[in-house]
Design a protein around this ligand. Sequence first.
Ligand SMILES: [Fe+2]
Length: 323
Amino acid sequence: MAAIILSMSEPMNTTPFQGAGAGPFDLASRASYARWREWKLGVYPQKVEQLIVPVNDPGALDADEKKALLACCNRANMAIYQLAAGNGSGKQLVRALGRQFGLERLDNNLRADEDSITSLRVVPEAGKTHYIPYTNRPLNWHTDGYYNSPAEQVRAIVMHCAMDAVHGGDNSYLDHEIAYLLMRDENPDYIAALMQPDAMTIPANVENGVELRAAQSGPVFSVQPLNGSLHMRYTARTRSIVWKNDRNTRLAAGFLAELLASDSAYIFRHHMQAGEGVICNNVLHRREAFTDAQEKGRQRLLYRARYHDRIRGTELNTVWSGV
Ligand SMILES: [Fe+2]
């Protein structure tokens, strides 16, 4: 694996990927897939501790810290950073950290604060709506922005824990490339089904008779044309989602649901402490239910930034030499 440390000013991949047909995620490329699969399984971490990187100042990472975070992302599309005590926890930290990995273009979602970074905490009124992120209820497996248009897909996320819950609230993560790999091993036809442009449809978001977002159809798995990287949009929700009505799509969705409900060793579980955060290429994730402390100022609080950029230096044609 070649982890490449980048200059902060230069965009990395100026050489276009040689078309999705040449890459391992194309079903026609069996040899390429076999090589990539062997590489991926060889580098994928065995436990969550291998993804944790202590950092001193997230706003100005040193070369070793940055290299270590990037190495984790190259292996598993995610890294967990751990701040030295007392080194801040504000939103500006999230922004500054992302910028060092080429994360600039924030997704401006419906519920984000004015600065497009969302404060995730229990909001009492949210219980009356369908917005589970703002309650203490469990949040089922998903990738972020699965309801976004194709042009505004969320490629990366930074999620910083300013305060953790007293009980629960653990996150689980699964690299979406591993989900792809396990599914392709099971049955390549499932991949073909989930690459259909109308595999998964999210109905329009209508509140009080007003359409806030139009219905959105799209594939579950897609390949970024410029760099060959795999992207996934997914939700395990069974309400407010319409799967394409064909046999392989149904079976593929069932396979995914079973995988995510299993105790697969590829799934990493972690309780984020205050001062920890995750930077990832929008891997599959979920959150367990949690209980907040009664005392004021001790409520779980996460800052979440969603980006249309992928983490710079983690493009398939950068991390894997077999393209
Ligand atoms: Fe999420």
